[in-house]
Design a binder for this molecule. Structure first.
Ligand code: 8YV
Length: 321
């Protein structure tokens, strides 16, 4: 029986996840990821965290009996997993269940970026089809493009499969070639950017990937270049990207993620060749429900079976107790 286990939920969380946590455990919500919101009475009781907003070292240290942090999302950059590992705290994420949805969104974002679907719909809605005639032909197309994937993991592979069906050639950059992946591997991001005209970042947010897509990479992508980001905003130097869009260093960008969400730099909002989405990669009722279930199932499995379902690599070795 897990009913007496206290699970802390800092910040907003998917409704289905909240309902299930409320049914399976004792749910303690706090407004945000802030150790200052944790009273000493709560601090002593908490054994689990479920969070879509992360968990920093201060919060982890405020909870002496914490055993597990169940991250809502596959990307867990907002959880201090190194600190959790050092404290013997398990961290789980929600891989696989969102892979196809995020890949679908990436394709939609790419198509929208090159074929200006949102802008052409505005043209119709504003009555310009009647007053001005046909929407101008788009200077960009997907035809003849060669795609480069930065971060060939589960989602990268699902995007590559779709792009193959669209007739594009595929290459990728990871630190090391991925076993079982036959696409051309480039050992540097610059080498990949030089070889392709369409760069799609699916890279996780880590110290190694921080601002990896910088002025040099965008220059290598070139004037016909399209940059798509469905991974994490922190992997991009947003100032350099805005400049590259404005100066014609690259042709266009489609972004679902930003360095300081929900704030989007004015220079990107001002760039007419940027297609901007409010981090909706996995955001369907269907997929968010599956993520909620996996997030909560990790807690249930930990507290009833003594093992998680989807531990992150940094904490995969940690045992219960
Ligand atoms: C979520 C995501 O929006 O899974 C991820 O890594 O970026 C998204 O699916 C987010 O993590 C939930 O807050």
């Amino acid at each position: 029986n897990t009913k007496s286990v206290v699970v802390l939920v800092p910040g907003k969380l998917n409704q289905h996840a909240l309902e299930r946590i409320g049914n399976e455990f004792e749910l303690v919500p706090i407004d945000s990821v802030s150790a200052s919101l944790v009273t000493s009475e709560i601090a002593a009781k908490v054994r689990g965290i479920a969070s879509a907003a992360g968990a920093d070292a201060t919060l982890i240290d405020a909870l002496p009996n914490l055993e597990i942090i169940a991250n809502f999302g596959v990307g867990y950059d907002a959880v201090d997993s190194k600190h959790a590992a050092a404290r013997g705290v398990m961290v789980t994420n929600t891989p696989d269940v969102l892979t196809e949805e995020v890949a679908d969104t990436a394709i939609g974002l790419l198509l929208n970026t090159v074929r200006e679907l949102g802008r052409s719909e505005n043209w119709l809605r504003e009555g310009k089809w009647v007053s001005d005639g046909n929407y101008p032909l788009t200077p960009l197309t997907l035809r003849g493009r060669s795609a480069g994937i930065f971060g060939m993991g589960r989602i990268g592979i699902a995007i590559a499969k779709r792009l193959e069906a669209f007739g594009l050639s595929i290459a990728y950059h990871n630190r090391r070639p991925v076993e079982g992946v036959d696409y051309t591997h480039h050992s540097t991001l610059k080498g990949l950017a030089e070889a392709v005209d369409t760069l799609i970042s699916v890279a996780p947010g880590t110290p190694e990937t921080a601002k990896a897509v910088n002025a040099e990479i965008l220059a290598a992508l070139g004037p016909n270049g399209v940059f798509i980001n469905i991974g994490r905003g922190m992997t991009v130097d947003e100032d350099a990207l805005a400049k590259a869009l404005t100066d014609g260093i690259i042709a266009a960008a489609g972004l679902d993620v930003f360095a300081n969400e929900p704030h989007v730099p004015q220079a990107l909002l001002d760039a007419p060749n940027a297609t901007l989405l409010p981090h909706v990669g996995s955001a369907s009722v269907h997929t968010r429900r599956a993520m909620a279930d996996l997030c909560v199932d990790n807690l249930v499995s930990w507290f009833s079976e003594g093992r998680p379902l989807t531990a992150v690599p940094e904490t995969a070795h940690i045992k219960v107790g």
